[in-house]
Design a protein around this ligand. Structure first.
Ligand code: AVI
Length: 320
């Protein structure tokens, strides 16, 4: 019987083909996040060296009342969180709002219905007073639909310095899309990891436990399982760089030997020379000037920020 040809037209297949036939090779970090990638990221957030999560947790804990004051309005408000995750940090705010009987609705947005279902279940048992409506989809499609939602104040929240995984031009587009969904009274509350001692940043992305390495290599694991490829992940090394001038941390996978990889579903053979790289992720670090510039380009102005005692991390409030 003739072997059946599977033609892959998925975005993942297309992007893998494009990135691994380019010079230098690259893959998008957005593909790290399947079920296993989500779990590895949860593990990263619990690493002592990955300071971002704790800093933001502390900021939310210390400034809950002030943040809540910015969000609140006489007719109540809708709290829209883009990339909700497990909600661990958001729950600090939700508990405070519920305890103070503030009139609000929580709308977590995520691409993964699985994550949203788990979040909704945990909220039902932990903070039953919160009115929740989950919204599954890409940020872009959900923002489009939210433009005229409810006609009352919107507080849009993006935690975790997720914007740092975008290059500046993409970050401006992202902010612009949010700005277009906002009206005059709405606010955007967003976390930005700050420039700091370069060693602290490198340590956050180079943990000795190997979790970040497994997270980065999950890209190759996905290509193996979803596109029928034969990457031997032991033949690649996780490598992190940080440029203190630009504030850009970069992740790579480095081929430790000459090797040929077959990606059967793409009918593609990819050759790697020894020490050749695949660039997989950027994690941008910021200062106030850069944040103000990005916001300005997107038609937003910074009205306030909150930080931790080391000034490692900042959550900014923006308005139109
Ligand atoms: C999700 N994102 C903000 C993380 C970061 O810090 O860039 C992803 C990550 N990559 C390696 N460790 C964590």
């Amino acid at each position: 019987m003739e072997k059946q040809t599977i033609t892959h037209t998925s975005e993942f297949a297309k992007d893998v083909q494009e990135g691994l036939t380019a010079f230098p090779k690259y893959l998008s970090s957005k593909y790290i996040y399947d079920k296993k990638g989500d779990k590895l990221f949860q593990d990263i957030m619990n690493l002592p060296d990955y300071y971002l999560t704790n800093c933001e947790f502390n900021i939310l804990q210390k400034h809950t009342q002030a943040i809540a004051n910015y969000f609140s309005s006489n007719n109540g408000f809708d709290l829209i969180e883009l990339g909700a995750g497990d909600g661990k940090k958001t729950k600090i705010l939700l508990k405070h709002l519920a305890n103070h009987q503030v009139d609000f609705k929580y709308l977590p947005v995520d691409i993964s219905q699985n994550i949203l279902d788990r979040l909704e279940d945990s909220l039902k048992s932990e903070i039953p007073a919160v009115d929740v409506e989950t919204l599954q989809g890409t940020y872009f499609s959900v923002l489009q639909n939210l433009k005229n939602y409810n006609k009352r104040k919107k507080a849009i929240m993006v935690l975790g310095s997720n914007i740092g995984n975008l290059k500046h031009d993409q970050a401006i587009d992202f902010l612009k899309n949010i700005q277009l969904a906002m009206s005059e009274e709405d606010m955007l509350f967003m976390g930005f990891d700050q420039k700091k001692n370069p060693q602290t940043i490198l340590d956050a992305y180079n943990d000795t436990t190997g979790v970040t390495e497994a997270f980065n290599k999950n890209l190759l694991v996905r290509i193996n399982t979803e596109l029928n490829a034969d990457f031997n992940i032991d033949n690649f090394k996780h490598w992190e760089t940080y440029d203190p001038e630009t504030g850009t941390a970069k992740s790579f996978l480095v081929s430790t030997k000459n090797q040929d990889i077959e990606i059967n579903d793409l009918k593609l053979k990819v050759q790697f020379k020894q020490w050749e790289t695949i660039h997989t992720e950027i994690s941008q670090k910021y200062d106030d000037d850069v944040v103000e510039w990005l916001a300005g380009e997107a038609g937003l102005k910074m009205v306030e920020f909150f930080t931790d005692e080391n000034k490692y991390y900042k959550n900014y409030i923006f308005q139109k």
